[in-house]
Design a protein around this ligand. Structure first.
Ligand code: GLA
Length: 387
């Protein structure tokens, strides 16, 4: 249905049918927040919501792009020989960023494309709509230009786009979670070595509910880079005392000793979040291996508490949602992604879903003044060519 409608939009614009269609998912991070750029463990999964593209080859070096999500921007056009980013920061910058990196790396891009895109991920909501678009473009370019990119190559190209072109110091988690997405499994990723393993995520009688604060979070505008820099500062200070490369090389048992170094109290809080969160990821996989979903839920709560009080990236909207979710019977809830708005996740008994959404929704609207949105998260596969 969705593809039919995208195909007819494509035909209206380009007077021909597309020759191929693609999908790349978004992601939720189950646990391991603000850990990827500190060289530790994260535990995200791809979801069945994501971004679609229908595409055809052009005879020249022009790209013509249209997004159903940004209809007012109309058709955006640029040439392969001229790829400067648009200062207004609109969505095609991600496409230009991926192309620029491929060219920089020596891949041959011999012709342009016509592309129509649509995403059913809310933008700027912490479900990685931008990484989804980056990985979608990697998949499209890989197919049309026969680049032979592996999922890891695609993840690294997506990350570089974010860091070098969009200007966000983000880590590798989102792009990896999407590139390596696998139905029914979460990905335990070591962000330092880039080794990973799939962990089947059996939710038993529970469902993973995504709760959107509907407060937009712009990564580049947010305090994301500030947290990144705080971690770099504390790392440099600790390197004088410990033989470490990343903050996640340290253990929770070392915190008491580190506190004697009299670091800035704010930096000490950031550090405590990073070290304890990294250990919560390992514990999570152990609980899940033992089918202990209740134990896993408690770790989600501890993660949110740490992100609220030590890392200070939540805010009234996320805290209200998470606390309302626990009051309404969730066995675990936490913000997911960068924070400062965006989405939270919660584990809720399937039979109690309707009353849960009603209760949390009403409390949120009464407290914050506008409504939250709720989605059922299904764990899905990575980027694919659909037809
Ligand atoms: C954003 C970034 C990721 C990661 C998370 C926080 O999603 O893109 O690299 O740092 O925030 O865990």
């Amino acid at each position: 249905m969705l593809l039919n409608s995208l195909t007819s939009t494509f035909k209206n614009i380009f007077n021909e049918p597309p020759s191929a269609s693609f999908f790349a998912p978004g992601r939720v991070n189950l646990i391991g927040e603000h850990i990827d750029y500190n060289g530790g463990l994260v535990f995200p999964c791809a979801i069945t919501k994501g971004t679609y593209a229908v595409v055809s080859k052009r005879a020249d070096s022009t790209f013509k792009l249209y997004s159903e999500n940004f209809r007012d921007l109309g058709i955006i056009e640029f040439d392969l020989d001229n790829l400067p980013l648009n200062a207004s920061g609109e969505w095609t910058n991600y496409v230009k960023g991926v192309l620029s990196i491929l060219i920089e790396k020596g891949y041959r891009i011999p012709f342009g494309l016509n592309i129509v895109v649509y995403g059913d991920l809310p933008n700027g909501a912490g479900l990685s709509s931008s990484a989804s678009l980056e990985l979608l473009m990697c998949k499209v370019f890989d197919t049309f230009y026969n680049l032979k990119l592996t999922p890891t190559d695609m993840a690294l190209i997506g990350k570089q786009t974010e860091n070098d072109y969009i200007g966000v110091s983000s880590g590798i988690m989102d792009q990896f979670a999407i590139a390596l997405g696998k139905k029914g499994s979460a990905l335990l990723l070591n962000c330092n070595s880039q080794e990973y393993e799939y962990v089947p995520f059996d939710m038993q009688d529970y469902q993973l509910v995504i709760m959107n604060t509907n407060k937009r979070r712009e990564l580049a505008d947010s305090k994301y880079n500030e947290r990144f820099n705080e971690c770099q500062t504390v790392l440099e200070q600790l390197k004088l005392h410990y033989p470490i490369t990343y903050l996640c090389n340290l253990k929770e048992s070392q915190l008491a000793e580190i506190s004697k170094l009299n670091l800035d109290p704010i930096l000490m809080k950031r550090l405590r979040h990073v070290i304890t969160e990294n250990e919560r990821v390992l514990m999570s996989t152990k609980y899940l291996a033992n089918n202990d979903i209740i134990g896993f839920g408690k770790l989600l709560n501890a993660s949110h508490h740490s992100l609220q009080h030590d890392y200070e990236v939540t805010g009234i909207e996320l805290d209200t949602l998470v606390h309302a979710a626990l009051d309404a019977g969730a066995i675990g809830a936490r913000m997911t992604g960068a924070g400062f708005g965006g989405c939270a996740i919660s584990l809720v008994q399937t039979s109690k879903m309707d009353t849960f959404i009603q209760k949390v929704g009403a409390h949120y609207e009464k407290t914050i003044g506008y409504a939250a949105s709720f989605y059922n998260a299904t764990i899905g596969d990575g980027p694919i060519q659909l037809a």
